[in-house]
Design a protein around this ligand. Structure first.
Ligand code: XIL
Length: 368
């Protein structure tokens, strides 16, 4: 009798243990294997969560494609932008002397891993060899000569990557931040000094001739600021009315914890796409640095939370607008190194931390 009841007890214990384990397995599978507590799948990369929305890109240097950073890039991104090496000063440092090697590395890595490539940038006031618009004494070249240099540059670069780079930031940052609505153009730009606004339709025409399939962008920052947004809108409308081949607007999206507001972001996307243009975020980062009066810019829990909320707001708006948004690109890979880290102050602007691990903001962005 004693033995029997012992066996019975043992059987009951075994059965309930089995039921317990089965229940755990079932619970686990409802939640999906590989999913974290919050119901988010940890085996997927950022690009996989957004597969039904838009490509997710990142700005890279050739070196960042190596080692564990390279692995993180492959897992999370399906579009690349050269952070610097396709800029005029780097790709054609001297007249007729091209340095293709670094840009080629990025394009080859993208091709090997099934990623898209955005080209950045063909015409800019910065990071451009002075030889293109100035003589050795520092005098501006005659308009025809400077524009011939620019045409040769654009034709050579766009032709080389025809069919490999799907779109180009043809013109970068020609509109000023000035709050007066009357002042539109960055008059300090060497290209403005050389040719007023005459160069603008021409550079789009040259890029289009070199690769008729390439999507041609106008790219700028502070594009959500209503005053600057409207200046850009008016400029683009004028160019489109003249038949200039412009297909898309890049909102750089170098943002802050409290800027832009949701209202201004939605309004900017609506306004630019009302011109029939695609819209992309081309250089997204959200700094926690509050500017000159911010003595340390440490990544406090409060800032972490505000950054998470700003990222969450932005991606909600982007998902709502998936028909208008054709890409979202981050400017740099992780908080280990951002172009915004300066003078000992770190900006912590991205979704991956200094150890390349996803931050809380990452999980907020993929939890929808
Ligand atoms: C920045 C790069 O990240 C830096 O490494 C470089 O020193 C300066 O340029 N707007 C742009 C980008 O269009 O090309 C800039 O990239 C950031 C602001």
């Amino acid at each position: 009798m004693k033995n029997r009841s012992l066996i019975k007890k043992a059987l009951i214990a075994l059965a309930s243990g089995f039921a317990f384990i089965t229940a755990i397995i079932l619970l686990g599978s409802c939640n999906g294997f590989g999913k974290l507590g919050g119901g988010v799948d940890s085996t997927k990369g950022l690009k996989d969560f957004y597969a039904d929305y838009f490509p997710i890109g990142v700005a890279v240097s050739p070196r960042s494609l190596e080692g564990e950073q390279g692995e993180l890039i492959k897992k999370n991104f399906n579009s690349l932008t050269a952070e610097n090496v396709m800029k005029p000063a780097l790709i054609q440092p001297k007249k007729g002397e091209f340095n293709w090697a670094d840009a080629d590395k990025i394009v080859e890595f993208a091709q090997a891993n099934g990623m898209k490539v955005r080209g950045h940038t063909l015409c800019w006031h910065a990071q451009t060899g002075q030889w293109m618009y100035q003589d050795s004494l520092g005098n501006l070249l005659p308009k025809e000569e400077a524009l011939a240099n620019l045409k040769d540059h654009i034709t050579a670069v766009v032709s080389r990557y025809k069919g490999k780079v799907y779109g180009w930031d043809v013109l970068n940052e020609i509109v000023v931040d000035d709050t007066s609505a009357a002042k539109v153009y960055r008059e300090s730009s060497p290209w403005y000094k050389v040719a007023g606004t005459d160069f603008i339709p021409l550079i789009y025409k040259w890029a289009h001739e070199a690769d008729p399939d390439a999507i041609l962008f106008y790219n700028d920052y502070n594009t959500e600021n209503p005053i600057k947004r409207d200046k850009i809108y008016n400029m683009l409308k004028g160019l489109l009315d003249q038949g200039v081949p412009i297909h898309a607007v890049g909102l750089q999206a170098h943002w802050k914890l409290n800027d832009p507001t949701e209202e201004n972001l939605r309004a900017a996307i609506d306004k630019f796409s009302s011109l029939g243009l695609d819209v992309q975020l081309t250089e997204l980062d959200i700094t926690v640095n509050m500017g000159r009066n911010d003595p340390d810019s440490t990544f406090t829990a409060e800032r972490e939370q505000k950054q998470l909320e700003q990222y969450k707001m932005a991606f909600n708006v982007l998902r709502d607008n998936k028909k208008k948004i054709t890409g979202v690109t981050f400017w740099n890979v992780s908080d280990r190194g951002s172009w915004l880290d300066r003078g000992g102050k770190k900006a912590y602007p991205l979704l991956f931390d200094e150890n390349l691990k996803p931050k809380k903001a990452f999980w907020a962005v993929v939890d929808f």
